[in-house]
Structures are given as structure tokens and as C-alpha cells.
Design a protein around this ligand. Structure first.
Ligand code: SF4
Length: 65
């Protein structure tokens, strides 16, 4: 849910391409290659109450180890 307050605070977008004007965004970064992605429920560990888009992005993106 992109309207969730916490997601908004982290500049979450449903389509990573929409983050291209964010200084922290680098091409290729998306939720489903982020350390916080949860493949089993299409979720994010930072937003446990909400689902996020596989192709989404937010400024807390961290590469998977
Ligand atoms: Fe997507 Fe990672 Fe941000 Fe969660 S922390 S919304 S998985 S980019």
C-alpha cells in the first residue's frame, strides 16, 4: 500500500523507474532484489503490514547479501 505513512516517508514507489529522480536511486534497484524483500508474501520487512510491488523501490533499498 503506497499510501502507508511509513512507505511515504521512505519515498516508496510501485515502479522503480519512478524513483529515477531520487538521488539515492541507482538503475537496477528494485524491491525483489533488496535485502528486505520477502518473496514468500510479496512483502517488505520494513512494512510488515503492507505488501510492496516486486518492481517497486524505496530509499531504504539495500543489496541482498
Ligand atoms: Fe522495497 Fe527494499 Fe524499500 Fe522494502 S526496503 S520497500 S523491499 S526497496
Amino acid at each position: 500500500d503506497p499510501n502507508a505513512e511509513q512507505a511515504q516517508a521512505l519515498n516508496y514507489v510501485e515502479d522503480a523507474a519512478d524513483a529515477s529522480d531520487h538521488p539515492a536511486y541507482e538503475e537496477g534497484e528494485r524491491c525483489d532484489n533488496c535485502m528486505f524483500w520477502q518473496a514468500d508474501n510479496q512483502g517488505c520487512q520494513l512494512f510488515p503490514q503492507n505488501s510492496v510491488a516486486a518492481a517497486g523501490w524505496c530509499q531504504s533499498w539495500v543489496a541482498q547479501g
